[in-house]
Design a protein around this ligand. Structure first.
Ligand code: S3P
Length: 429
């Protein structure tokens, strides 16, 4: 069967300034919280891509009125009481949507909803959210005892929960905090290691109950709250592809502006610095409680490192593009603590190893680690495995010598226009 592909090769350095699309995590959450608010508010510069359009549709099916206004969304919320959807809610490829929605719906008394998704999402583990929600009283049924979608939720009264996350997951933490807004008493979540804290920051932005104490985050039943505009920063995870591309291609200098620099997201900057990257950044403002600023990357010779395992949750989506960089360094790079990557949009540990091999790179794959021998790649063809970040990371890995990317359209899940932006920066010199 003929499959679409894109051939890419830089002719010169990457140069210029770029604003990447809005943050995916903040867009999902912004749409959900505006849908729960009273009155009308705007989500400014949101991400309009496969995943977040699934969220906009889901929140509309639950009663919110969502209109496009140029690059923005205008949302009229329903208050705390969502409408019963008339049909199955299709979460597409979006794990964040399905998991957070389970939390949001569990306490909507009497409401019935069925959530499904594409083949990748229907394979992903949902027990990590369903089990603690059931401990709060939730009624959720699904395939494999509720561990896989499709999942059916019947909203019931919930009680608060004290829960320690068994795996570092912002999605699980966020699902429980959202459920906590509809629960009797206090809902407390402990994170053994920090994960992205957008939900916490947005609760504060909208005046929802939230307390932090060491590794614990607490919330309680919400009172009706008014809508409020929210500015979405650029997505650091999208910016990361251009930072690494600039580091790899001789003569490059790229500046990303208006990008979210929340410290729970920027672990990659530390690792790249340790590899010898010429990187500068500055936080210039805070929008909706999120630090925002610029990052500049200049071509640099890089060396291999052993990545600190505690940094992985702070760069969980950037591991594929780190692996792309690791293919070009002098020496070896060891990336540990990768068990969560096996249950992302694809098995990313295996997808990384297979694509590196396709580009002639020596790589050893353990159950939860990768060891990558640097030295450069040879031209080849890469396979996204139905995963947006794998498509973009391996476009970057092969860019300096030429690469064929099969099914490049997967990038549209989080970054429509990614390949156009990449080509434009190359031609900008
Ligand atoms: C996300 C959390 C992370 C991340 C995903 C977005 C979020 O997933 O990989 O792309 O918005 O909360 P986990 O919570 O499974 O680590």
């Amino acid at each position: 069967m003929d499959r679409p592909f894109l051939d890419l090769k830089v002719e010169g350095p990457l140069r210029g300034v770029l604003r990447v699309p809005g943050d995916k995590s903040v867009t999902h959450r912004g749409l959900m919280l505006l849908a729960l608010s009273e009155g009308e508010g705007r989500l400014l510069y949101p991400l309009k891509a496969g995943d977040t359009l699934s969220t906009a549709k889901a929140m509309a099916a639950l009663g919110a009125e969502i209109a496009e206004e140029g690059p923005h969304f205008r949302v009229r919320g329903v208050g705390l009481r969502l409408k019963e959807p008339e049909d199955v809610i299709d979460c597409g490829n979006a794990g964040t949507l399905m998991r957070l929605l389970l939390g949001l719906l569990a306490g909507q008394e009497g409401l019935f909803a069925v959530l499904t998704g594409d083949a990748s999402l229907r394979r992903r583990p949902m027990g990590r959210v369903v089990e603690p929600l059931r401990a709060m009283g939730a009624r959720i049924e699904g395939r494999e005892g509720g561990r896989r979608a499709p999942l059916a939720v019947r909203g019931v009264p919930l009680r608060g929960l004290r829960y320690t996350l068994p795996v570092p997951s912002a999605q699980v933490k966020s699902a429980l905090l959202l459920a906590g807004l509809f629960a009797e008493g206090v809902t407390e979540v402990e994170e053994p290691v920090p994960t992205r804290d957008h939900t916490e920051r947005l609760f504060l932005h909208f005046g929802l109950p939230l307390e932090k104490e060491g590794p614990w985050v607490r919330t309680r039943r919400a009172e009706p709250f008014p809508a409020r505009d929210l500015i979405v920063p650029g997505d650091f995870s999208s910016a990361a592809f251009f930072l690494v591309a600039a580091l790899l291609v001789p003569g490059s200098e790229v500046t990303l502006e208006g990008v979210g620099l929340n410290p729970t997201r920027t672990g990659l900057l530390k690792v790249l610095k340790a590899m010898g990257a010429d990187l500068e950044w500055r936080v210039e403002e805070g929008e909706g409680g999120e630090p925002v600023g610029w990052v500049r990357a200049r071509h640099s010779p890089l060396k291999g490192v052993s990545v600190d395992p505690s940094l992985i949750p702070l760069m969980v989506d950037e591991v594929p593009v780190l692996a792309a960089a690791a293919a070009w360094v002098e020496g070896e790079t060891h990336i540990p603590n990768l068990s969560e990557l096996r249950v992302k949009e694809s098995d990313r540990v295996s997808a990384i190893a297979q694509n590196l091999r396709a580009l002639g790179v020596e790589v050893e794959e353990g159950p939860d680690w990768l060891r990558i021998r640097g030295g450069g790649v040879r031209p080849g063809a890469v396979e996204p495995f139905h995963d947006h970040r794998i498509a973009m990371a391996f476009a970057v890995a092969g860019l300096p010598v030429g690469v064929r990317v099969y099914e490049p359209q997967w990038a549209e899940i989080s970054y429509p226009g990614f390949f156009e932006d990449l080509k434009r920066l190359c031609a900008a010199s």
